[in-house]
Design a protein around this ligand. Structure first.
Ligand code: ATP
Length: 213
């Protein structure tokens, strides 16, 4: 059987149960051998003032400590500048080989603007694209992204038959949790307990992140 690895990128500022639950459901639904969460680099002017890349990574590591099903991959943070998905996928492909099935998972919000990404038409040659429907975001019905869907759309099973080249659209259940709301809550002195893993909330308080006291 072909080895199948999924990747789920995000700022994870902070990682919350919505991200974790989705990553696990994707792993199960797609029958992946491995699922990695990949925190992306945030330029200093966009970053949360009190939280650096290492702290975002530490929160992710704490969140995954009791979940052997999910892994973290810090390669984009290590580059210390924003990464093109194209470059990340080239690196993964050369590291993991031509045979392994790679699935790059993203929300419909990101996918809708795919044609503005660096070398976007080559992404599907490097990996499968798994698109997650999100409330408020329609699938493009015309233009270059709609053409990509028409050419490559397949059922979830197809990612096991090839290393790359399929586009899968899924509608998993999404927990209504937002990192922005969590940051606002903490700043206002409220607790985000039960929205983030306890280990992450303890770390946020110990480090005084997001204005916590
Ligand atoms: P913000 O609220 O600050 O926009 P976010 O959690 O949406 O934060 P990211 O950390 O970048 O932002 O999210 C990473 C990925 O997780 C994105 O692809 C996004 O579509 C998805 N995501 C965000 N919130 C949820 C959720 N509640 N359930 C499932 N997936 C989510």
């Amino acid at each position: 059987m072909r080895n199948c690895i999924g990747f789920f990128g995000g700022t994870f500022d902070p990682i919350h149960l919505g991200h974790l639950r989705l990553a696990l459901e994707l792993k199960q639904q797609l029958a992946l051998d491995e699922m990695r969460l990949l925190p992306c680099y945030i330029p200093p002017h966009r970053a949360s003032p009190s939280v650096d890349a290492q702290q975002r990574l530490t929160m992710l590591q704490l969140a995954l400590k009791d979940c052997p099903q999910l892994r973290w991959d810090a390669r984009e943070l290590q580059r210390e500048k924003p990464s093109y998905t194209y470059d990340t996928l080239c690196e993964l492909r050369s590291e993991l080989g031509e045979e392994v099935s790679l699935s790059w998972c993203m929300g419909m919000d990101s996918f809708a603007t795919l044609d503005s990404w660096h070398r976007w038409q080559e992404l599907i040659e490097l990996a499968h694209l798994v698109v997650i429907a999100r409330p408020g975001w329609e699938m493009p019905t015309q233009g270059p992204v709609a053409e990509l869907i028409a050419q490559h759309r397949a059922d979830a099973d197809a990612i096991h038959a090839a290393a790359a080249g399929k586009l899968v659209i899924l509608e998993p259940r999404l927990l209504p949790i937002s990192a922005t709301e969590i940051r606002t809550q903490i700043q206002a002195g409220e607790s985000p307990q039960f929205l983030v893993p306890d280990a992450v909330w303890n770390y946020i308080r110990a480090q005084g992140l997001y204005g916590s006291k």
